[in-house]
Design a protein around this ligand. Structure first.
Ligand code: AQP
Length: 353
């Protein structure tokens, strides 16, 4: 039997998960789950990087919603590990170590930091070092591929640079991962402003900005109806402006039709027809996900059993990797009471959750 390729990916529970998260990430995870050894987590520690947006009770709920969406989209916990990032403390430990080997100049170049820190008065250091936590997420598991949307390409390239730098300085510890970015659906833009990426946090507060993965079909239809199009009356495929291009892209990402098929279907057609077809195609894919999601949200015990199992395996892999890292750095000291401390912490957590 050939060894499966190990992949890691995650989504931040920062708002309303949208069709871009589905086409850019989730749908690839699901499509490849028989071929890959998948490790997928809800990256709640990343969601702390803009603390003004953190409302504890809401964050907790968003984490469970994201777990439900992973499962409702078709991830099978028998085939992939599904867990919550903060359940595995090695993510934070490795992130600190990687912060120490990452030059500030590398982080300064990150376009997502520039975009997310712009017009913000208080920018936490966590937002600046977000990419090193992401590098830790990936490198902890020796992931060979990282399926993600186009916006994460720069962070995955940085992860490769950090891993190579560490390996050169302290010996070969990390596998160098590769980005796995699809074509259609790797960058879905906002319906209300197609010059900007569709975003979870914007979608949560701005009606008709996004298509939520578990939005009601009526809301999806209304949002697409209100989507910005071009000035001309009909679709001109090769010269489509950003609004029409975005709708064509969404259609292609959910139907998997070829460029030629999409062109033939919409060339010279009015925007009303385009919007109707996009709505039907999106609802066909997302309506069953919504049904499964609603049922899963009623079964917290099952969700907990899934993430417990996923975290147990992830923790095993992560603790091995951190031991290697500590050995390489000469800091392999362990507290004699570590196991007892972990046990106590587990007890406390199970009482508070
Ligand atoms: N608009 C998008 N089109 C295609 N893929 C996208 N992804 C995100 N937005 C789009 C992909 O979804 C995965 C999870 O994203 P993330 O949680 O890491 O955060 P993000 O890229 O910062 O996503 P958002 O939606 O823009 O969140 P907020 O609003 O919280 O900042 C990744 O694979 C990402 O590429």
């Amino acid at each position: 039997m050939t060894k499966k390729i190990r992949v890691f990916s995650g989504i931040q529970p920062t708002g309303k998960l949208h069709v871009g998260n589905y086409t850019g990430a989730l749908s690839t995870w699901v499509a490849q789950q028989d071929n890959f050894e998948g490790i997928y987590c809800v990256v709640d520690l990343h969601a702390l990087t803009i603390p003004e947006n953190v409302v504890p009770a809401k964050l907790n709920e968003k984490v469970w919603k994201a777990v439900s969406i992973y499962l409702a989209a078709g991830l099978d916990p028998k085939k992939s590990d599904i867990f919550i990032q903060s359940m595995v403390p090695e993510h934070s430990e490795l992130a600190w170590i990687l912060n120490c080997v990452t030059p500030m100049g590398w982080l300064n170049r990150m376009t997502q930091f520039k975009a997310k820190s712009a017009n913000r008065e208080n920018v936490g250091t966590g937002l600046f070092t977000y990419p090193t936590l992401m590098a830790a997420d990936i490198l902890l598991y020796d992931a060979e591929k990282v399926p993600a949307g186009d916006d994460q390409k720069q962070h995955i390239e940085l992860t490769r640079d950090i891993a190579e730098r560490f390996n050169t300085m302290f010996g070969k510890v990390f596998t160098i991962p590769e980005p796995m970015i699809g074509k259609a659906g790797a960058r879905i833009m906002g319906l209300d402003d197609p010059s900007k990426k569709m975003s979870k946090s914007v979608g949560e507060v701005t009606l008709y900005h996004s298509i939520g993965i578990v939005d009601e079909p009526d809301l999806i239809a209304k949002s697409i109806k209100k989507a910005k199009t071009d000035l001309g009356p009909v679709v001109v495929y090769d010269a489509a402006g950003e609004g029409v291009r975005n709708l064509l892209n969404i259609y292609q990402a959910v139907t998997k039709e070829t460029d030629d098929q999409v062109k033939e279907k919409f060339e010279g057609k009015g925007y009303g027809f385009l919007k109707k077809e996009v709505t039907e195609a999106v609802c066909e894919v997302l309506a069953p996900v919504r049904q499964r999601y609603l049922a899963l949200m009623e079964d917290r015990a099952y969700l907990k059993s899934v993430v417990n199992k996923g975290a147990e395996h992830a923790h095993l892999l992560a603790s091995k990797k951190v031991s290697q890292v500590r050995d390489a750095l000469g800091i392999s000291f362990s507290s004699p009471n570590l196991e007892k401390a972990f046990f106590l912490r587990k007890e406390l957590l199970s009482k508070t959750r």
